[in-house]
Unconditional design. Sequence first.
Length: 305
Amino acid sequence: MSWVADFRELEPVVQRAPSAHNTQPWTLTYGADHVDIGWDPAAALPVADPTRRDLFLGLGAFVETCLIAAADTGLTVAAEGLRLVAAPARYDTPFTVTDIEERRCARGRYEPGPLPPVSLEPGVVRVNAGAVAPLLRPADRWMFGSAPVTAELREWLRLTPRHPRYDKDGLTDRALALSTVEAIGLRVAVSRPVHAVGRRLGLPALLAAASTLDGTVFVLTGDDPVDAGRRLMRTWLTLGRAGIAVHPLSQLLDCPHTARAVAAMVDGTPLAVFRAGRPVTPPPRSARLSAPRSGASPSWTSIDG
C-alpha cells in the first residue's frame, strides 16, 4: 500500500483544519505518488473574500494540518505549494493529531488577564486591543449593511439544530456562542425580507451594537497567503496547547475603512486578525464534513486569478 492510500485514511482528521465561515473548501485529488489540494468554488466566498485571502489562508492551514497528521502517523510527506509529495523523512513538527482535534475557536467571552508566554510564528504581531476595539462595530456595520455580504453569510449560518447541514459545515448557533433567543433574532434579522427593509432603518447598526472585544489581539502579516495560513495554523496550535482559544476577526480586513486602520498598526501586509484568550465557557466542537468536498479542483498555480 502506498503512502497515498495511507494518507487517505486521515481524511476525517485533516477535515479539522479551520476555514472562513467553516466552509471547508478544500478538495483532494489523488495521484499515484502525490496528492493535489484544490478548492470547490461553491465553498468559496466570492463576495466577502474577493481577493481569495481567506480562501488561501484556509488552504495553507489545511496543508499544515495534512503534514502534521501524516507525520504523527508515521508517513513521510512534504508539501510543494498545494501538492503533497513523498519525502525522505517525516515532517518536523511538535504537533500531533491530538492537537488538531483539540483545537477550538471560541467566539464567546474570555477570562481577564494576560496570556501565558508562548513562542509565536514569524509575522504574528500583537497589537493594541484598545486601538482595535473601536474598529469592530464599524466593520460589523459594514458587513451587515451590505446586502450581498449578508446574503453570502446567510448561506453558511446554521442557527437551529433543524438545519439540514447543522452537523456538517457552516456557523452554528453554538459555534457563534448564541443563546436560543439570540439565534432566533439573528436568523430573523438576516432573512431576506427583514434585512431588505431593516438595512434602510438602521438594522446593521443595531446588529453591530452587540460587538464587543476582549482578549489579546494579533495580526498575521505576510505576502503569500498559503504560507501565512500554515504559520497561522501553527500559531493557533501553539496557543491551544497553552489552553488558549482564538476567534478570527476577518471582517476587520474585509471592510475597506477598518482594513486601512489595521494596516497602519503593523509592518507588512495584514492577512488575518484574531483575538485570543481563555474562554469563560468551554467552546463547542465545530461541525465538520467526514471527508473533503467532491468535485473537480480548479487550477491552483496562481492565487491572483
